[in-house]
Design a binder for this molecule. Sequence first.
Ligand SMILES: Cc1cc2nc3c(=O)[nH]c(=O)nc-3n(C[C@H](O)[C@H](O)[C@H](O)COP(=O)(O)OP(=O)(O)OC[C@H]3O[C@@H](n4cnc5c(N)ncnc54)[C@H](O)[C@@H]3O)c2cc1C
Length: 390
Amino acid sequence: MPKHPPELDWPFFDDAHRDFKSRLDSWCAEHLAHAHHDERREAVDAECIRLVCLLGAGGWLRHAVAGQAYGAAQAQIDTRQLCLLRETLAFHNGLADFAFAMQGLGTGAISLLGSPEQKQRYLPRVASGQALSAFALSEPEAGSDVAAMQCSATATADGYLLNGRKTWISNGGIADFYVVFARTGEAPGARGITAFIVDADTPGLSIEERIDVVAPHPLATLRFEGCRVAASQRIGEPGQGFKVAMATLDVFRTSVAAAALGFARRALHEAVHWARSRPMFGQHLADFQLTQSKIAQMATLLDAATLLTYRAAWLRDRGQRITREAAMAKMTATENAQQIIDMAVQMHGGMGVRKGHIVESLYREIRALRIYEGATEVQQLIIGKDVLKG
Ligand SMILES: Cc1cc2nc3c(=O)[nH]c(=O)nc-3n(C[C@H](O)[C@H](O)[C@H](O)COP(=O)(O)OP(=O)(O)OC[C@H]3O[C@@H](n4cnc5c(N)ncnc54)[C@H](O)[C@@H]3O)c2cc1C
């Protein structure tokens, strides 16, 4: 019998998922460690590229894209496998989770709505780890308010001319291509946006600045100045961009929740180990009821988040729209993970804030997850509006 964690016996999973998880755990234990890596920009870039190659060679990136004809594991992305992957990678190594996630987020629009030619050109290279992708939606004045975007795509005789900026773009500076959302103006607001694939070496696209954040990973502001893009690089119909972005986020928001589970599960694992072994007042930290209370809270917050995450993934795999469920999962898992990790840091005392300690790095890793792919407040708006709709 393969060994798998008890939550894999929940009704959301079948034998194929349990087998998948066992193989994944063994691979991660062999290939990844949550080591304190060099956080200088060049080192992080190089490590990201190395991890993409490693994940590609291991066959795991095939689960981030759709369509067997294009190198994917399955015709459609299996959301539960995607979540198991992100949860497990995050448990072992935050940068590996990031490297994996961007291959999926950056190609989600192509997998969902790309033409056969676009899929053939981009997906096999992404699935094998030979090309890196990125998702360019946010702008300096348009983060939570996506519909306020200003980056424009003006139709020309044979394509489009892109002008404007995109910021906070993960993989910015190391990606081979970007899926860029720009205003084409068919209608005001969200209905006038279209998605394009822009190769990194397209004249008129440049990296305006690199951005450093608390848990370093490649991040940049992109500038488009008269950037000429062929009509064949447009994804879907003009004006469908917002729909494309939201469909992509329905899948990947759930996977952000799964990454938060991975960070939180690792924090709980470290806290339990520490509490059992840390001598204190003639006993061990774990012998005190205050500690047991903390561990109980952590385990319960984690199970609640796990249930919501895999409910969303399971529903999507049954063909349902999951905008509300994905928002609940993302909000709960990231907020709960922040609390769990904070409690783990507290239990570790000074060790918890020592640079290079695993819980210190988890404390930094988790923070941005409550902000990107829709901040917690945005998830609350989505859920609230959906509930009121009845
Ligand atoms: C590490 C990292 C990686 C990222 N990667 C990408 C990427 O790959 N591609 C991409 O396109 N973008 C990416 N982003 C951008 C991210 O999606 C935005 O930061 C996010 O959408 C929030 O936008 P903003 O930063 O402009 O904040 P703002 O939109 O200015 O919001 C600020 C805060 O206001 C609050 N808020 C929002 N709406 C409401 C409301 N209605 N009522 C009350 N309060 C509200 C929230 O707390 C929010 O954090 C990334 C960001 C980070 C930090």
